[in-house]
Design a protein around this ligand. Structure first.
Ligand SMILES: C[S@@+](CC[C@H](N)C(=O)[O-])C[C@H]1O[C@@H](n2cnc3c(N)ncnc32)[C@H](O)[C@@H]1O
Length: 247
């Protein structure tokens, strides 16, 4: 019952107060406690995802004044948000087999850089992670955030980079990718992203406008694609920079 209440609080539009009550009843407001809470509720299932979310302190990525360990999206300016911890954890779980050491990942709508940094720790220095974000100020602040985090060495060695670009076009220079994550909701799955997915690779992307589904897109070795709905979600739109800034 408590698990159901927790899950409802994560996904319902009126989630704020109920999720806060459950979160506040946890042991601490620190990053480790947040990870343990996500494990307790079986949102984090694997030790690798727990290890990475413990290593990348969410507090470094959330603007001052916000509550970094509260299970809710937080505004980061420019009509964007950092996604909630349970969404970051769910996406890492869905992608973890495609984020093995040495693999290649693309994070579209990289925002604060939090998930991009987690991807970098998963694939390690012999892998390659690219973040693409269309708001230049967010790209600059995300790089500063990552420099303070456990993923900083990977910015220096070049296995992690963040670029200003329209993520609907992906980042063809380093394609194909084993894993693609899209952090904003697209009206439909962009063709360029399907093309840039490696055979055997997986993309996780929210699709829809008012009603959105988190879709899991698997490309088989023969190049055919299967798509399934994981869960209902609410993300900011994957759109043009002008449309986003107009709100
Ligand atoms: C919900 S935020 C998630 C950010 C990131 N995953 C995080 O948790 O910090 C979505 C991000 O997508 C970006 N975005 C929206 N449309 C985009 C586009 N066409 N190209 C690149 N970035 C885009 C927004 O600026 C925003 O930073």
């Amino acid at each position: 019952m408590e698990v159901l209440r927790y899950i409802f609080s994560c996904f319902s539009s009126s989630s704020k107060s109920s999720s806060h009550q459950l979160w506040s009843s946890g042991a601490s407001d620190k990053n480790k406690a947040m990870v343990e809470q996500l494990q307790r509720y079986k949102i984090i299932k694997s030790s690798k995802v727990a290890e990475v979310m413990e290593a990348i302190d969410r507090g470094l990525f959330v603007p001052p004044g916000a509550s970094p360990y509260f299970d809710s999206p937080m505004p980061i300016g420019y009509n964007a948000t950092i996604s909630a911890p349970h969404m970051h954890a769910s996406c890492l779980e869905l992608l973890q087999e495609h984020l093995q050491p040495g693999m290649r990942a693309l994070d579209v709508g990289s925002g604060t850089g939090y998930l991009t940094a987690c991807f970098a720790l998963m694939v390690g220095p012999h892998g390659r992670v690219v973040g693409v974000e269309h708001i230049p100020q967010l790209v600059a602040s995300s790089i500063e955030n990552i420099k303070k985090s456990a993923a900083a060495p990977q910015l220096n060695d070049g296995s992690l980079s963040i670029h200003i670009a329209d993520g609907r076009e992906g980042w063809p220079e380093l394609a194909p990718y084993d894993a693609i994550h899209v952090g904003a909701a697209a009206p439909h799955i962009p063709k360029a992203l399907i093309e840039q997915l490696k055979p055997g690779g997986r993309m996780v992307i929210p699709v829809g406008t008012t009603m959105q589904d988190l879709k899991v897109v698997d490309k088989k070795q023969d190049g055919s694609v299967s798509i399934r709905d994981e869960t209902a979600v609410r993300y900011v739109p994957l759109t043009s920079k002008d449309a986003q800034l107009r709100g």
